[in-house]
Design a protein around this ligand. Sequence first.
Ligand code: HEC
Ligand code: HEC
Length: 384
Amino acid sequence: MKTKILLLLTAAFALFSSCIKDKTEETVKNYTEEEMAILSKTLNLPVTVDDYALQIPTYLGGGTVFADNKQATLGRVLFFDKKLSANESVSCASCHKPEAAFSDDVALSEGFEGKLTERNTLALGAFPSFNAYYGFAGGSRLFWDERAANVMEQSEQTLKNPIEMGMDLSTLYDKLMQYDYYQVLFEKAFPYEFGYQRPEDKILIALQAFVNSIGIFRSDFDKQWEREGDFKRPFSNFTDQENMGKDLFMANCASCHNLDRATATLVNVANNGLDMEYSDLGVGGLSNNQSEKGLFKVPMLRNVALTAPYMHDGRFQTLEEVVEHYSTGIKKYPTLHENLKSANGQPKNLNLSQEEKDALVAFLKTLTDKEGVMQKRYSDPFKS
Ligand code: HEC
Ligand code: HEC
């Protein structure tokens, strides 16, 4: 309870202080001609800094999620820059590809020396607001086993990770500052020198500002919901099949994978019955706590049709395979979540008909908002 209140206060303060900041920033929203001359040699960036604030639609709770636009702009450049890995071979975007809703199209991704990651790359374009979900809603943490509290922690781990980017963080800032465009971007994003324990914190803060700015809520499902005002009614512009899939989803899946709030989840982590034995123990692998073995993050599902393969190890290639899992494949495991158990404690396989399976898949496809992830302000800014 205490932490909840604290979180709310921090959120309120963040909103308040970013309002003030926005006012003073109003006057310095543009890059000067000199700055543009430097930036435009290497980067495609607009003279007026992109606006990264998200207006959350009222059906998802409403409100504005503010962003520091200059930090997010720097974060965008960093996100697409291969100089962030030890041998300059991979960027964040190598694994988090915009067209795949910022996930990867392989089960395990290749790190800077070609070695494979231990888990499937999580999609960053699966949330109505990444920031609202992780930033101030409380409860949820990052990575499949929730080992990071925020994007700064996550990015520090990823940059240093010997498989992923292999970077010595203490030298990265100096390395980047050898480039004139980074001198401009860092100066703009961090006009004051106080408040940073280490220079590299600025890199992490900027990456966080960018990732936190990602928000997806213009899928067909969202558009219909906004029109109809209530997602529990059949949608008039959905096919019968999609409406049938929507009902099946609301009855069997939404208790864990909620779609109806920008800022909170119902179940953070769960065991969804993939295996009888787990080589990767997820949350329990960290805590060594018996009751947490086999628990993994419940992924958000906006854009799920773009993020194959699926699950923490990328075992399923298609949505059909995922649906088959919930229909007939749920395994008995000590931590199997209650929502997937019958009254007698046994796995609750849904035993769906072919028509129902097709309907569920058709519904999952209505969650796609490809334009959302392909927006210019989220795209690769480097001139090739
Ligand atoms: C080599 C591939 C690779 C690279 C490079 C990479 N990531 Fe990831 N990313 C992953 C994988 C794999 C996971 C899931 C790992 C896990 O949960 O153990 C992940 C998870 C994340 C998450 C957690 C999302 C969530 O919902 O919990 C964020 C945020 C993230 N990455 C951002 C970044 C940023 C920012 C960079 C660049 C500094 C980056 N990644 C570079 C593969 C990569
Ligand atoms: C008990 C909570 C729970 C319920 C109910 C549930 N899921 Fe899941 N789902 C999870 C968890 C946890 C994962 C990740 C498991 C892992 O990778 O180890 C997951 C993963 C997924 C994924 C893969 C997402 C990705 O990005 O890899 C899809 C798709 C999915 N579920 C769809 C569904 C559908 C459709 C239903 C209803 C038929 C459903 N889920 C019911 C908890 C649940």
